[in-house]
Design a protein around this ligand. Structure first.
Ligand code: COA
Length: 316
């Protein structure tokens, strides 16, 4: 068996905090509605002088520093995102130069929406197996405020900005992440129009359809990862859910009888940060000692595509 271990994590958040109360001043909503329907109290928003690239650089630097590895040790740099500063070059290419990775480091951005970080972990595992250097830098980063319509109360209450990073290491005697990835092409219930769009490129969402999709897919994905790994629910120390809606997490938790203390999240102060959500939560768990060396986290994401993905990560 060969696979990945999580070596270290990092994160970066913009300074600006948007409270539910702030949103009541721009759309017809209330703190009570947002809190009970989503679990979100505050989210972050990039302001003047803050950018996607800066968030990625800060999160990446922190993760690399904590890993104690030199840039020359990095074989792969992947960023899961759909809100980079440029359509190209990929933000990962900018990191190559800024952080001093060797020129043969495989650097690219990947778009699997909110499942992106899990997709990137799987991609890193595959690429690192063939790479000359065995450390990978994997990020999830979004500036969703750029594609959020602040006149649409059904979406603008949900989304936030941020970047999370992870240094992973590939080893011949390391466990596989046992990734389960899926996609059901559906361009109608959750999408962001592209550069050819006539209207501004905002996230469009049919909330209830996405809710039903998530409640069906997430528990099944978790069960498949566990089955593939030959593990039981009790063998996982932390379930790291994509932070989209606390009610989705609660339903998945109940369906699989997961202990609530293993499923704590951070949606209350991050909102839904799409691809950044899983690595941001991982960083919080590692930084606070809630996920410790030798312990196992099961990460699960879902989102536009529609896509979903689950994977196991053991902390080195
Ligand atoms: N404040 C107050 N009322 C709001 C509101 C807001 N911010 N947003 C919507 N409403 C209203 C609706 O207009 C509707 O009013 P009506 O009954 O008069 O027509 C009512 O609240 C119920 O709307 P509905 O869409 O059924 O609410 P919901 O319980 O499904 O909650 C979401 C909406 C978006 C929170 C929920 O559907 C959701 O979280 N879906 C999943 C979204 C998700 O995870 N997306 C990201 C995937 S990565």
């Amino acid at each position: 068996m060969n696979g990945l271990k999580l070596v270290s994590t990092g994160s970066a958040m913009p300074k600006g905090v948007v409270t539910n109360e702030d949103l009541t001043k721009i759309v017809d909503t209330s703190d009570e509605w947002i809190t009970t329907r989503t679990g979100i109290h505050t989210r972050r928003r990039c302001g003047e002088g803050e950018s996607h690239t800066q968030l990625c650089l800060a999160a990446a630097r922190q993760a690399l520093e904590r890993a104690g590895i030199a840039p020359e040790a990095v074989g792969v740099c992947l960023i899961a995102t759909f809100t980079g500063d440029h359509l190209n070059p990929a933000t990962a290419c900018i990191l190559q130069k800024e952080l001093g990775f060797p020129e043969d480091t495989v650097c690219f951005d990947l778009n699997a929406a909110c499942s992106g970080f899990v997709y990137a972990l799987h991609t890193a595992q595959c690429l690192l197996a063939a790479a000359p250097r065995k450390f990978g830098l994997v990020l999830g980063a979004e500036v969703l405020s750029r594609v959020t319509d602040y006149t649409d109360r059904s979406t603008c209450i949900l989304f936030g900005d941020g970047a999370g990073a992870a240094v992973v290491e590939w080893g011949e005697d390391y466990p596989s992440i046992h990734a389960v990835l899926g996609c059901r092409g559906d361009a109608d219930v959750l999408y962001t129009p592209g550069v050819n769009a006539e209207a501004p490129s905002y996230i469009h969402m049919e909330g209830q359809s996405v809710f039903r999709f998530a409640v069906e897919t997430v528990p099944r994905c978790i069960s498949q990862v566990l089955e593939q790994a030959g593990l039981g629910v009790e063998d996982v120390d932390r379930y790291v859910f994509h932070q989209a809606n606390q009610r989705i997490i609660d339903l998945a938790m109940r369906k699989l009888h997961l202990p609530p203390e293993k499923c704590t999240g951070n949606i209350a102060h991050t909102g839904n940060t799409s691809a950044a959500s899983v690595p941001l939560l991982l960083d919080e768990l590692v930084s606070t000692g809630a996920l410790r060396s030798g312990q196992r986290a099961l990460c699960v994401g879902f989102g536009a595509g529609l896509t979903w993905g689950g994977a196991l990560l053991e902390l080195k």
